[in-house]
Design a protein around this ligand. Sequence first.
Ligand code: AMP
Length: 484
Amino acid sequence: MPVKNKKKVAKAPTKKTTAKNVKSVGSKTKKKEGAEKKQPKYPSLLRGMKDILPKDESYWKNMYHTAESLATSYGFGYLETPIVEEASLFIRTLGKGTDVVDKEMYLFEDREGKKVCLRPEMTASIARAYVAHGMHVMPQPIKVWGYGPLFRYDRPQAGRYRQFHQFDCETIGVHDPGADAELIVVAYNFLRDLGLETVVHINSIGTQEDRSRYLVELVAYLRSKRSQLSEESKLRITKNPLRVLDSKEEQDQAIIEAAPQIIDWLSDESRNYFMKVLEYLDELEIPYLLQPRLVRGLDYYTDTVFELYPLDEEVRSQNALGGGGRYNGLIEQIGGQPTPAAGFALGLERVVLELKRLEEKKQVAIQEAIQAGNPPEAPVPTPKIFFAHLGDQASRRALSLIEKLRRDGVVVLHRIGNNSLKNQLEFANKQQVTHTVILGQKELQDGSIIIRDMASGIQEIVDQKKLKRELEKILQRFTMTEIK
Ligand code: AMP
């Protein structure tokens, strides 16, 4: 390195400076400056990471509240595990030969030399917590939900990040088709409550024994087609043959299509179990598609496996919104008693992308309807109140009024700073507020206050003491209109 650097050391100019070469030196400097500008002086965002900005706040709040209320209503308790775990927890359970373990773990040594990692998924951590806290002695099943960030050193692209978030539910301690079906219903309802119609892709990969028998057949078949497979799939034949069925490579598709299907290798017990899960889904009217080649990448799955995709044909073939399955061997594998379990995880960045795609589609449809002369009826606006104030004294009084209102459960927006009324009203408009309360010098003196209806521009002067009651009336009026 030092030798290389030496070469780059700029030599002192030997030529005399003339008007001609001043120009050329100048243009070179300009170019250099341009190149330097590309290197930000502050640390940049890491590749594959992203900030969640206030403009997306409503998506993230909505998802959290929906997850919380749904999981609670189905009897799942909140469980939060640490983001940093011992690396071996995931290496042992997800299995070598899986992309997550082989390529995507954020692995490092802590200050004591222990191999740790940022969690790439939640199931193994929750299973560890189940064992660590002796939850097997509590009445079974243990139903828990988790929510938070995960880390995978994936190749970043649309819907694929290195830090992403999941909503996760696990039912530990029962082997019952009803538990699998309930998890699918919770995942399906979460997406439906947010406004996404989905279809469940479902399969059974049987017990470990069913799978071992099937793998003999699958590997023999794949070996016979080896020369026609993509390079990645050739490698997977020995590393993780089931994953060949997940391949998206065009040249693998016909071979995958004709491959033996695991469903034909299930024991009677596994097949009956799977049929019962499907009967539950029929009963619950959950739309599903049997996908004989759905295997999911991780080692710990047994029996039922599923993924949820948007119903919309346009994006169906793209990345799943989430998925899950049964993992009857996992708890024992990490040192617990043999314990059946199942769970799912939904990827929240993908949910936001899909919600935004639908929103855009809706906006296009509205524009088309307007152009065709059929404007849709405007939706009832959600009541939103802004508090504008003019002058130092009014500002102080406004802040104390706002605090009193907040304590009484009436939330109003306001803007701190020395702003003109025009600025504040413009801000209020941008925030799509329905009413603005205005407190100026005059109102301060006579104890009154103005309430302006932003849509009609009509202003009403009321006694400051009656402000809370007036605002409550407004909020109630809007809610009543919505209910109608
Ligand atoms: P998995 O834990 O691999 O079963 O993934 C469950 C869901 O998490 C997927 O269907 C995605 O919605 C989401 N997901 C997985 N990996 C990523 C990633 N790198 N970036 C964003 N979302 C992801």
